[in-house]
Design a protein around this ligand. Structure first.
Ligand code: K1U
Ligand code: ZN
Length: 171
């Protein structure tokens, strides 16, 4: 079982910038595998290292459907090289904002460069949920949450709801 626990907003660590890794060594590989385990345990499709309190530029993503074979991506130092001009609106959730959802506009397609689990440089083009999820995870590396894209009215509703849930869980 994964030893990593997922931070919940408004934890200040979720607002910090993450640092690049020098290379993908055994320690980073282990982190990637532990993050995938934590992500699957939480029924997510992505996870960024700052969400587990580790300020490294590491993300994992798997948007395959349950009926499809798993397709996990392990990415270190992901860099979005290109974003399409056309944007698409879609619903987002976040494991650090449990049970909260909002519609967010994002570029429909992206090209991303990263180091894979073998420290090899890779580039992929992504669209649909994969593109959305990679953008959401790369945002986490800059301390940005999906609620930062919505109106302050909607953001405050979500943050207040979350605080209320936290308070109720504490009694
Ligand atoms: O980074 C995270 O907190 C993970 C997040 C990723 C994400 C979901 C939806 C759109 C963009 C990015 C989640 O996995 S939230 C879990 C969830 O609610 C979900 C699961 C499958 C499809 C859609 C949402
Ligand atoms: Zn998130």
């Amino acid at each position: 079982m994964s030893q990593l626990s997922i931070l919940v907003a408004p934890d200040p660590r979720l607002k910090r910038h993450a640092q690049p890794v020098a290379r993908v060594d055994d320690e980073v590989r282990r982190l990637m595998d532990d993050m995938l385990e934590a992500m699957h345990g939480a029924k997510g499709i992505g996870l960024a290292a700052p969400q587990v309190g580790i300020l490294k530029r590491v993300i994992v993503v798997d948007t395959s459907r349950p009926e499809e074979p798993p397709h996990p991506y392990r990415m270190a130092n992901p860099e979005i090289l290109w974003r399409s001009e056309d944007e698409i609106c879609g619903e987002e959730g976040c494991l650090s904002l449990p049970e909260q959802f909002a519609e967010v506009n994002r570029p429909a397609r992206i090209r991303v460069r990263y180091l894979d689990h073998e420290n090899e440089i890779r580039e992929i083009e992504a669209e649909g949920l994969l593109a959305r999820c990679i953008q959401h995870e790369v945002d986490h590396l800059e301390g940005v949450l999906f609620v930062d894209y919505i109106s302050s009215l909607k953001r405050n509703i979500i943050l207040r709801r979350l605080a209320k849930t936290k308070k109720l869980a504490a009694v």
